[in-house]
Design a protein around this ligand. Sequence first.
Ligand code: GTP
Ligand code: MG
Length: 200
Amino acid sequence: MGITKAEFVISNTDVKKCPGGNLPEYAFIGRSNVGKSSLINMLTDRKQLAKTSQKPGKTQLINHFMINDAWYLVDLPGYGYAQRGKEGRETIRRIIEDYVLDRHELTNLFVLIDCRHEPQKIDLEFMEWLGENAVPFAIVFTKTDKIGKGRLQANLQAYSDKMLEVWEELPPIFTTSSEKREGRDEIIHFIEDINRRLMS
Ligand code: GTP
Ligand code: MG
């Protein structure tokens, strides 16, 4: 069916104030500036639904977007932005941790990773923490328009090799370019598949 309707519902820092109604939700996490908000705009086909910025640290709240009156996409603040200072980083860490651990509606977390970079400790540790807490997640390699196909394949292979040192199997993996609108159908189908299973 695809995404036919998308609307902003609420922003907050407190997981207890997130919307009721028990609808499934899909959230986006990753380092600041990796492209979480841009991906939500690309998926919903709405240029400015989620606020984006060239500067890291733009999204500071938990943002709920209602899709097709039936489920939510959730934009989260990024982790690992050094310039926020220790206290700021701690606040964001707490928002993310509370949301991920306490939000029962969270159905799948998409962990975004910039496809240009080598595996980074902060992302690998975050995913290990998700594993320890049995949080279902998929990886999205973002900004694929910024490198050539050959390098992308090499980077993906290197990432898989690195993860298989710790994990027995790999999570679902997607590649996207919000700039070129690539990877959209794959992610929407993945979500719709899960929604169908939840309803049957
Ligand atoms: P925070 O909210 O600060 O955590 O960042 P974010 O992860 O939400 O990143 P955001 O979507 O704001 O994008 C950061 C920058 O990357 C912006 O300048 C975007 O235009 C750019 N960007 C995001 N996705 C892509 C992409 O697929 N390709 C290219 N070329 N640029 C992208
Ligand atoms: Mg953002």
